[in-house]
Design a protein around this ligand. Sequence first.
Ligand SMILES: CC(C)(COP(=O)(O)OP(=O)(O)OC[C@H]1O[C@@H](n2cnc3c(N)ncnc32)[C@H](O)[C@@H]1OP(=O)(O)O)[C@@H](O)C(=O)NCCC(=O)NCCS
Length: 206
Amino acid sequence: MEESGIQEQSTTPDQPRSRMRCENPKDNFRLMKFRRRMLRKLGKLLYLFVKHLPGSYETPNFNAKKIRGNCAGLILEQCGKNVNFEKGSTFYDDLVIGNNSGVGIRAEIGECVTIGDDVMMGSDCIIYTNQHEFRRTDIPMRLQGSQGIQPVFIGNDVWIGSRVTILPGVRIGNGVVIGAGAVVTKDLPDYAIAAGVPARVIRYRK
Ligand SMILES: CC(C)(COP(=O)(O)OP(=O)(O)OC[C@H]1O[C@@H](n2cnc3c(N)ncnc32)[C@H](O)[C@@H]1OP(=O)(O)O)[C@@H](O)C(=O)NCCC(=O)NCCS
């Protein structure tokens, strides 16, 4: 037995030989965390390459949707089923994304973002969750650090048009539609259709 407490399992019929186990539950937990960390690193490394595969709706696409989705599954703690990470999209490993949702072509998703189920996203969307501090005028802004993370939440069944920018701390309700090119500076209530810069509710879906 190694010092870490990891050992080969004995060869009784109901204990397969190839499996590793730990005597100590603490070591088991550490081993699990280590494996998780390694898989996440592997996922991130692979994603650097697979994000350049063709868009999911291009032909041929070499099964890019599935490949990118599997990589994201390695990276993310909470990743729904049938998620479409489009070509060139980037995200942090704390992204939470629900079932049947999409991250658009070249989308940039900041830290600490939650996306619900059935969310559609056009190309070139940006979700910011942090920004520069700029209150002082006696020192350059580049030396003032950042304002800190303000999470963004996006509900279920949301359609985000192309080139939408969502600013830090915004909450988008369920069933919302956001028009192409909008800059969302404030929360949007359920079933709102919003457009423009800054985004204003133009009407409700119901
Ligand atoms: C927001 C959207 C869904 C609204 O569609 P709609 O209900 O048919 O809206 P209308 O065409 O009736 O426009 C209603 C008003 O909103 C304005 N408007 C619509 N979309 C707008 C937009 N993206 N930005 C600014 N204003 C917009 C219209 O000019 C109109 O203004 P008016 O009443 O002063 O004339 C649609 O315009 C849109 O932006 N779709 C996104 C398309 C896209 O990005 N597709 C690819 C990604 S999947």
